[in-house]
Design a protein around this ligand. Sequence first.
Ligand code: ADP
Ligand code: ADP
Length: 231
Amino acid sequence: QAAVRLRSVTRSYGKDASAVTALDRVSLDIPQGTFTAVMGPSGSGKSTLLQCTAGLDRPTGGQVFLGDTDLTRLSETKLTLLRRKRIGFVFQAFNLLPSLTAEQNVALPLRLAGRRPKRAQVLEVLERVGLRERAGHRPSEMSGGQQQRVALARALVTRPEVLFGDEPTGALDSTTSREVLSMLRSMVDGGQTVIMVTHDPVAASYADRVLFLADGRVQDELYSPAAEQVA
Ligand code: ADP
Ligand code: ADP
């Protein structure tokens, strides 16, 4: 069962002579419970691929399916709701709200999804990332790795079908980065689907599959035995 399917997805910017094709007829199936890394040189289309797949940008051609839903057919309003309910994001800059505690940051997506946050549920997710005892701390009182784990908890609290990472370890040192990657890996082993853009080959080695983009196309891909290889 595919969590995500892309069918001949194209994204171009501008018109005519000055047009840039950021994605060029990309077709892909991402099975549920797999960890995909997207690599490639700057300008190869990685962000565009992530954004189009996550419903943050609209392709100029083709279809993007999340489960059975064709994102390209949804109105802006429905797309926003879908993102809030069915998709999680982690970014390079953790994007936590500085004035809120870890617990309040994690509760936020539930509020955005129109649900009333249950304290036990929020604390349970913080427990999963090993930060239950930091629930009352603000971001400035935590290390970079801890902040990214809070961001991970925030992304997971709505139980998203797919978790998207845009260089999620880009701001972390190698030790902390491995902690976050092992955590992502164990979430995938528990059935979570993860798609992550990264420049870091070590990060990519935690994935089951690495897609190499060049000029808006999947130029190459690699399937790895993942987990045990990097343990
Ligand atoms: P990557 O993430 O691999 O660096 P991007 O997806 O950001 O690549 O960009 C792919 C191509 O699309 C590049 O040529 C980039 O300049 C172009 N591009 C991206 N966003 C825009 C935009 N908003 N307007 C015009 N061109 C864009
Ligand atoms: P808008 O104000 O345009 O509705 P959103 O609040 O939906 O913007 O945020 C833009 C996108 O980034 C959405 O898809 C949202 O789900 C995602 N996003 C932003 N911040 C977070 C966050 N902290 N946790 C999860 N998703 C986030």
